[in-house]
Design a protein around this ligand. Structure first.
Ligand code: BDR
Ligand code: CA
Length: 323
C-alpha cells in the first residue's frame, strides 16, 4: 500500500479527499499535516482533528500535526477563503463532524515540517506526500532538511493551472488558490529535486460532482454521507454563483485519484516555475521547449509532471468504492 502524508487545509473538498484516503484499500495514511488556506490554521487543524473522528481514523495509526499559519514571506498574507468554504471551513457543518466523536483526535507536538522530515527519514523511498493546500509546510520541510527530497517517493500537488482548454486561475485570472496563498513556497517545491505530479485546475475542473452525484452520497457510510452532502451545499452555491455549474469541482479528490489510479491521467513533462511578481503572481508556468543555449528562469529546474487530461468517470467512481 502507498504510504501517504496528507498536507491539507480542510476545506470541503479537502474533507472529501481525506475520506478517500481514509478508506481506499490502496492507501496507508500515516499522517495529516495542516496548513492555513481555506480558513485559519486554528480552524483547518480543528477540522482535520474532527474529520479523523468522523472517519474513524485511530490516533495511534494516523498522526496529526499543525503547520504554517501563514505564507513563507511575511506580509504576503491574503484573506482566508471563507466565502468559498464557510466561516468554519466546512460549509457550516464542522460541528456535525466534531459531534461525531466525544474526543478530538490528539495533536502531535511537532510542527508539520518536522513530522514530515521525521517520517520521510524513517522510511526512505516509501513516503508519498499529497499536498492540497498552500505549499508552505513542504517548503519549510525542504529548508529544514534538504536531504528529504531524495528520500520522498513522490509528491502529488493539487494546485496551479496551465491554460489547457482555457483553464487558468480561480483567484486571479492566472493564479489558482493554493498557489496565490504562497507562491514562494510553491516555487521551492516545484524546483526541488524530487518527483512532483501537479494536479491543477486543468483536470480538477474537468471532474464535476453534480447534484445527483452528491445527493447519492446521502445516507451512506454512517454519518459520513450526510455530512458530505450538507457540507457541499455551501460549496456548490459558491460555484453556481461564479461559474454557473450545478455541482462542485473535484479539486483535492482528484489528487487522491492520481495516487490510486494514475492511469486515468495524461501527463506532460517539463520544469515548472511560479510567477512571484506583479499581476502574474501565483501563475504556474511549465517550460515545454527543450533547454537551449541561452539560460532562462527554468534553467537548472528539474522536469516535473503536469496533468493535462483526465478520465473523469474513473475519478468519480472512486467514492463508490470506499462507501
Ligand atoms: C484549491 O483551493 C482550495 O480552496 C481547495 O481546497 C483546493 O485545494 C482549489 O483551487
Ligand atoms: Ca485544499
Amino acid at each position: 500500500r502507498l504510504q501517504v502524508i496528507f498536507d491539507t487545509d480542510p476545506g470541503i473538498d479537502d474533507a472529501m479527499a481525506l475520506f478517500l484516503l481514509a478508506r481506499h484499500p490502496a492507501i496507508h495514511l500515516r499522517a495529516i499535516t495542516t496548513v492555513f488556506g481555506n480558513a485559519s490554521l486554528a480552524v483547518t487543524t480543528r477540522n482535520a482533528q474532527a474529520l479523523c473522528g468522523l472517519y474513524g481514523l485511530p490516533p495511534e495509526q494516523v498522526l496529526v500535526a499543525a503547520g504554517a499559519a501563514g505564507p513563507l514571506q511575511a506580509g504576503a498574507e491574503r484573506e482566508h477563503s471563507t466565502h468559498v468554504h464557510g466561516e468554519d471551513g466546512l460549509g457550516g457543518e464542522a460541528q456535525r463532524a466534531i459531534d461525531a466523536r466525544s474526543a478530538l483526535h490528539p495533536l502531535d507536538p511537532r510542527p508539520a515540517y518536522q513530522l514530515i522530515c521525521d517520517l520521510v527519514n524513517a522510511q526512505p523511498g516509501q513516503i508519498t506526500l499529497i499536498a492540497v493546500g498552500p505549499m508552505t509546510n513542504l517548503a519549510q520541510a525542504l529548508r529544514h532538511d534538504p536531504g528529504i527530497a531524495a528520500k520522498v517517493r513522490q509528491v502529488i500537488v493539487m494546485g496551479g493551472a496551465f491554460g489547457i482548454q482555457g483553464r487558468s486561475g480561480n483567484v486571479t485570472p492566472v493564479a489558482e488558490a493554493n498557489m496565490i496563498n504562497d507562491p514562494e513556497a510553491a516555487d521551492i517545491v516545484f524546483g526541488a529535486e524530487w518527483p512532483v505530479v501537479i494536479v491543477g485546475l486543468d483536470v480538477t475542473q474537468a471532474v464535476v460532482m453534480d447534484e445527483d452525484y452528491l445527493a447519492g452520497l446521502q445516507g451512506r457510510g454512517g454519518a459520513v454521507g450526510d455530512f458530505l452532502w450538507h457540507a457541499t451545499r455551501h460549496y456548490q452555491d459558491f460555484y453556481h454563483s461564479v461559474d454557473g455549474i450545478r455541482g462542485i469541482y473535484s479539486h483535492d479528490a482528484s489528487a487522491i485519484a492520481y495516487a490510486v489510479v494514475p492511469e486515468a491521467f495524461e501527463l506532460r513533462a517539463g520544469p515548472v516555475r511560479v510567477a512571484l511578481e506583479g499581476i502574474a503572481r501565483g501563475q504556474t508556468i511549465q517550460k515545454l521547449r527543450p533547454p537551449g543555449p541561452v539560460a532562462d528562469a527554468w534553467t537548472g529546474c528539474p522536469a516535473q509532471q503536469v496533468c493535462i487530461a483526465v478520465d473523469s468517470a474513473r475519478v468519480l467512481a472512486l467514492f463508490d468504492q470506499v462507501f
